[in-house]
Design a protein around this ligand. Structure first.
Ligand SMILES: NC(=O)c1ccc[n+]([C@@H]2O[C@H](COP(=O)([O-])OP(=O)(O)OC[C@H]3O[C@@H](n4cnc5c(N)ncnc54)[C@H](OP(=O)(O)O)[C@@H]3O)[C@@H](O)[C@H]2O)c1
Length: 344
């Protein structure tokens, strides 16, 4: 059994990683179609040792495509995902356009796989925000053991989370600083090279940013609506890999050693926690890896049943492309999708 898969946004950061991951994991494809805007029509992207010619989304007919992985931003998704879903093609969407829709499941396969069955309502499944995805992978097994009451998280998010333009801006500004050239600010709100910016996405009325709000809403939707979460999201001059300093308050007692043991066994998690120089993960180490890494696990004596930890993952993989491909794998494993075209 193999599936015709379309990648919308195939020329982007996430789209390219999507193609790598489909190939690496041997996803059962009969055909892969690379789609982007008309600007990229005719350009080429790699899929394993093959080269795919990019086609324009608005000229493509989805009627014989089984799965569409959307990675072209919220506006494109809002316009296209419902139309594609109506053509009987299951959309797995990376943008925030449908994440909070009650009729669209928001899925991290290690966390809430059973919620996927809801997808038939609109034929759309949402992929969470990159910072939330890695957070809930680590929180889920701890919540099952000791019930989380409250989470305080500060993120250190890489520029690739802001797409190709974000990576280009860090590169260009860094070079400009070294050659004493003029430093232009285009994508971010302040200079990102040799700086950190405490602002991701738009400001909301309560002073939080939309990125911070997303972490709250998505954790509640996927893990438990009773969990209280507060976030500060910060952009840092790192190309790939989001890091998070996380403080968790539990209802029941849990020691650092118990947390370490639980996370060692938990799906998608890798504990790297030696209390010595370099005995922890950094975003650079996480780039290109699938796991959510957890380091610096320690008890917080300032609250009852409190733990602090450091959580890092490759935002283009678990935070986006890998999770989307895992969702597609889950559809197949559970027999929720059949190829439209039977193999000859
Ligand atoms: N980066 C992350 O860590 C991350 C994590 C989770 C979710 N996401 C989400 O994933 C999506 C893509 O992010 P990215 O980082 O890959 O961005 P990106 O590098 O800027 O790439 C954007 C992609 O969208 C395509 N596109 C733009 N307008 C289009 C249109 N009108 N029709 C068809 N294709 C269009 C672009 O094609 P052209 O080359 O033709 O312009 C490009 O392939 C966003 O929704 C983002 O929020 C990203």
């Amino acid at each position: 059994m193999s599936f015709k898969v379309a990648i919308v946004g195939a020329t982007g950061n996430v789209g390219r990683e999507m193609l790598n991951i489909l190939e690496e994991r041997g996803f059962p494809v009969s055909e892969v179609v690379a789609l982007a805007s008309r600007r990229s029509q005719g350009t080429e992207v790699s899929f394993g040792d093959r080269t795919l010619k990019v086609r324009a989304l608005d000229q493509y007919d989805f009627s014989d495509t089984d799965i569409c992985i959307m990675s072209a931003g919220g506006n494109v998704s809002k316009e296209w995902s419902p139309k594609i879903g109506k053509q009987g093609c299951v959309v797995i969407d990376n943008s925030s356009a449908f994440r909070y829709d009650q009729d669209v499941p928001l899925i991290v396969p290690e966390v809430n796989p059973d919620a996927i069955s809801l997808f038939t309502r609109k034929n759309i499944i949402a992929n969470p925000n990159c910072s939330t995805a890695q957070l809930v992978v680590a929180l889920k097994p701890l919540h099952d053991f000791a019930t989380i009451k409250r989470v305080v998280v500060a993120t250190y998010q890489s520029v690739s989370g802001a797409g190709k333009e974000g990576m280009d801006e860090l590169f260009t500004q860094t070079r400009a600083v070294f050659v004493a050239d003029q430093v232009d600010v285009k994508k971010f709100t302040k200079r990102i090279a040799f700086n950190v910016i405490p602002h991701i996405d738009v400001f909301l009325d309560d002073g939080f940013t939309k990125e911070e709000w997303k972490m709250v809403a998505e954790t509640k939707k996927m893990l438990d609506p009773k969990i209280k979460l507060t976030a500060t999201c910060v952009r840092v001059p790192v190309f790939i890999g989001h890091s998070e300093a996380v403080n968790i308050e539990f209802e029941k007692p849990i020691t650092a050693e118990e947390a370490r043991e639980i996370l060692r066994e938990a799906p998608g998690c890798q504990v790297l926690d030696k209390r010595e120089d370099g005995g922890y993960i950094t975003p650079l180490d996480s780039a290109g890896e699938d796991a959510t890494f957890i380091s610096r696990i320690r008890e917080d004596s300032t609250i009852d049943n409190g733990l602090s930890m450091w959580i890092v993952s490759d935002n283009l993989r678990k935070g986006a492309a890998l999770n989307a491909v895992q969702i597609a794998e889950l559809l197949i494993e559970r027999g929720l999708i059949q190829p439209k075209k039977k193999a000859a």
